[in-house]
Each structure stands twice: as C-alpha cells, then as structure tokens.
Design a protein around this ligand. Structure first.
Ligand code: NDP
Length: 294
C-alpha cells in the first residue's frame, strides 16, 4: 500500500481561488480591497524569495501588497515608526514583518508593536492568548494550513490521537491549540521527549515541525496515519546542487502512512494561502463585515 499524497499545491490553489472570488465580491459590494504590508529588513536571500512569492500571491488574489524593504542597519526605533504608520493606515489591513530580523533588533518588540487586528502572521501575544483561551483572533498561517490539509483526508479529527513534534511559538504550540479545538487528543513532543519513535507510533495524525532532515523514519509511523511534514531542510543533492527535504523520510513513510504531504508541495503552499485567508479575515473584521464561509 502506498499513501495518498496530500497535494498541498492544488489544495492551496483551490483555497486561493475562493479567496480571490471573495476579494472581487468585497470590492464590488463594499469598494474594499484588502491590503497587506510586507516588511523586509536586510537582504537575506531566503527571506527575499519568501517575500517575493507572498507579494505575488497577494496580487494574484486581487489584494494590494505594500512592500517595504529596509536596509540591514535600520534601527529598531525606525522600524517601530514604520509599523506605527502602517497600524494607522486604513488601506493596510494586514502587516507582516519577515523574520528573522537582524540581531540588533528585538523581534518580540516588533511583533508586539503590530496592531493585533492587523497581525496576519498571528504571532502577537494578544492573538496567541486569544487562541489559547478559545477567543476569536488571527491564527498563525503554517499551523492553520497543516490542520486544513489533515482535514482534506478526514474532515472530523475528533477523538483521534494527534502527535506534534516541535513546540515553537510559530508552529508547534499553535498547532496544539488548533488540534484541541478539533477535539483531537494531543501530545506535544520535543527534543527532551523520551522514546520519540514510540510516541509517534501512537499517532493517527502525526505532524513534524522539527527542522531536522528526514528524522522521522517509516517505522515511527502508525499504519494508515495522516502525516503532515512541516520541515523545510536544504541538503546536498546531485551534481553539487542542493535539494529540499522535509522532517519525514518520505520514501519510507509513504509505504506505511495512509496519507502524507510531500516536501516541497505540501505545507509550504498552504502557508501562503492561509496568509491571504488571514488578510481577508482581518479586512472583514476591520470593516465590520462578517467573514464568509469559504
Ligand atoms: P524551531 O527550531 O523553532 O523548533 C523546532 C522544534 O523541534 C523545537 O521545539 C525542538 O525541541 C524540536 N526538536 C529539535 N530537535 C529535536 C529532536 N531531535 N527530537 C525532537 N524534537 C526536536 O523550528 P520551527 O518550529 O520554526 O520550524 C520547524 C520546521 O518547520 C523547520 O524546518 C522550518 O523550516 C519549517 N517551517 C516550515 C514552514 C512552511 O511554511 N512549510 C513555516 C515555518 C517553519 P526543543 O523545543 O526541545 O528545542
């Protein structure tokens, strides 16, 4: 048996199409064009690639992208001033500051300075607290994408054993809240977890967000499980080139799992689609409009 491949690219394209249709409807009915400001500090090549693809996705959805590229040596005070201006700008419904930031800038200060209702990354402490206590708020994009992907296989996750490997604030922890909200029974594993393979073998839904190439082996997986691979790891490839692999040893895992996301083409595209979803959600909330069921 080989696993069903969860095609994140086409699932994300479908979601982006629905968002674009809703954006067109908002513009026609309310003259509202959702806008997102993407702030990049410095020239980190990986960040530049992400920023470019985010801005393109925003434009493709019919939204406005306001790109702000600041020099590597910009001061924290200057960055905070820009955020203050974006917070006050009604054309800007979402603000995203591309991380990581240079070492002389405190990323937590910057994230906390973003107006919580424009925090489309869902990293603001207020949104994290709202999420943890079951109040409405903006939810981080990658975890949201993971759960949406798992639900394309099984729409109801209630009662299932879910294991999340990784407890970062941007992926692992919000995933726990989202899975709890789906009524799954959730275990969070991390670098100090004993018998990680044994813990993983309990999982009906296994989500790996570790950042270690192909660490999760085939024999860690319960037969038939849904496996969502968040990892993006660059490893040496053929002819001196590099290639991207996930945190799961895909070739082994697809023989055991019931369904699995590929890397690339799994969680990555959903992260961007969920950023658009959050921007649409933020624009509706800021304009007193109800959020449509997509
Ligand atoms: P972090 O480095 O912040 O967190 C990694 C987590 O993995 C930590 O909780 C850590 O445990 C745990 N971990 C590390 N080593 C082990 C181990 N040997 N056994 C068990 N657990 C371990 O990473 P992120 O959460 O930011 O990202 C995780 C991965 O997801 C990365 O590959 C990243 O590139 C990718 N990513 C992909 C995105 C996408 O759009 N597809 C978006 C965001 C991230 P501890 O807390 O104990 O240190």
């Amino acid at each position: 048996m080989t696993a069903r491949i969860i095609d994140g690219k086409s699932i994300a394209a479908d979601l982006r199409g629905k968002i674009a249709a809703e954006v067109a409807r908002l513009q026609a009915a309310h003259q509202l064009v959702p806008g997102i400001a993407v702030v990049q500090v410095g020239d980190n090549p990986a960040s530049s690639v992400y920023v470019k693809s985010k801005s393109k996705a925003v434009a493709d959805a019919g939204m406005r992208a306001f790109d702000h590229k600041l020099p590597e040596n910009v001061s924290e005070a200057e960055l905070l001033t820009l955020i203050g201006l974006l917070n006050a700008d009604p054309k800007v419904n979402g603000i995203l500051v591309q991380l990581p930031l240079p070492a002389h800038i405190d990323a937590q200060n910057v994230v906390a300075a973003i107006a919580a209702d424009k925090d489309v990354d869902g990293f603001h402490p207020l949104n994290a607290g709202r999420h943890a206590t079951g109040l409405p708020g903006l939810v981080p994009c990658t975890p949201l994408g993971c759960v949406l992907l798992a639900k394309t296989v099984l729409p109801l996750l209630a009662g299932l054993e879910a294991v999340v490997i990784g407890r970062s604030n941007i992926v692992g922890k919000p995933l726990v809240q989202l899975l709890l909200a789906e009524n799954a029974t959730v275990t969070v594993a991390h670098s100090k977890t004993r018998d990680l393979p044994g813990v993983c073998r309990r999982a009906d839904v296994l989500i790996a967000a570790i950042g270690r190439p192909e660490m999760v082996r085939g024999d860690w997986i319960k037969p038939g499980a849904i496996v969502i691979d968040v990892g993006i790891n660059r490893v040496p490839g053929e002819a001196g080139k590099s290639r991207i692999v996930g945190d799961v040893a895909f070739a082994e895992a697809e023989k055991i799992a019931g369904a699995i996301t590929p890397v690339p083409g799994g969680v990555g595209p959903m992260t961007i689609a969920c950023l658009l979803l959050n921007t649409l959600r933020a624009a509706c909330a800021q304009n007193g409009l109800s959020f449509p069921a997509l």
